[in-house]
Design a protein around this ligand. Structure first.
Ligand code: Z5A
Length: 208
């Protein structure tokens, strides 16, 4: 019997919106008898891509170099982790994917979207998320949450409010262009309400 079709689900949003806190819960909720749920992240998800992650989160570089590093990490991640998992019928839950590049490097740092889309078509020509959850909240909510964690902020999290607003607006444009794939989650709500929105946004995929 052929393996059941895998699903590719991505989580997106501005830093501090709350993706990471929901990820283990979503993975648990998606579990079903005989189903493998693989949790992964970008940049990262393979030994090489994790090294590139460390580099890109710490080292200042120009926006074009940053874009190319994101896609170098993604190429390895897609080939070694995501595609093999989907091929064996796993559900892949990925913290960030190409929409992050469109929002952060494209809208945020003004790298041409045409270049980003060309790189995406080359790096993952046949791969697009089945569903994307966009965790959306204001700058105030996101900063308050990040500050409350007490951890050191990486160089993306130290960007200006103007940058944050461009990234958020970029994400919202992507969601408006692809409402079937990208579901906007009001991440400013209390955790239980966010979970209810996530459940509703995944229900038709045959999750649970
Ligand atoms: N990046 C890029 O520029 N281009 C690309 O192509 C890719 C990535 C793939 C990755 O960092 C960085 O790389 C990212 C974009 C860039 N930039 N930043 N910043 P990361 O993966 O380490 O960072 P992140 O994705 O932003 O994760 P994060 O900082 O952990 O944020 P989060 O996942 O959205 O938030 P959280 O950790 O789940 O929540 C933050 C706090 O809020 C935490 O204490 C929670 O308990 C709390 N929280 C969350 N939700 C709630 C609710 N609903 N109520 C109350 N409290 C809450």
């Amino acid at each position: 019997m052929p393996a059941a079709k895998g699903r590719f689900i991505t989580l997106e949003g501005v830093d501090g919106a709350g993706k990471s806190v929901h990820l283990p819960w979503i993975a648990h909720w998606l579990q079903a008898p005989g189903r493998e749920v693989l949790v992964t992240r970008e940049p990262g998800g393979t030994p090489l891509a994790e090294k590139l992650r460390t580099l890109v989160l710490a080292e200042a570089m120009d926006p074009l170099s940053e874009t190319l590093v994101m896609f170098a990490a993604r190429a390895d991640h897609v080939a070694r982790t995501i595609q093999p998992a989907l091929a064996r019928g796993a559900w892949v839950l990925c913290d960030r994917f190409t929409d992050s590049t469109c929002a952060y490097q494209g809208a945020g740092k003004r790298v041409p979207q045409t270049l980003i889309l060309r790189l995406a078509r080359y790096v993952h020509p046949d791969l697009q998320p089945d569903r994307t959850l966009l965790f959306d909240c204001s700058f105030e909510v996101s900063r308050q949450r990040l500050q409350a964690t007490g951890r050191d902020l990486d160089r993306f999290e130290r960007e200006t409010r103007e940058f944050f607003d461009r990234v958020r607006a970029g994400y919202r444009r992507l969601a408006a262009a692809e409402p079937e794939r990208i579901r906007v989650i009001d991440a400013a709500q209390p955790l239980e309400h966010v979970r209810a929105q996530v459940r509703a946004a995944l229900a038709d995929l045959g999750g649970r």
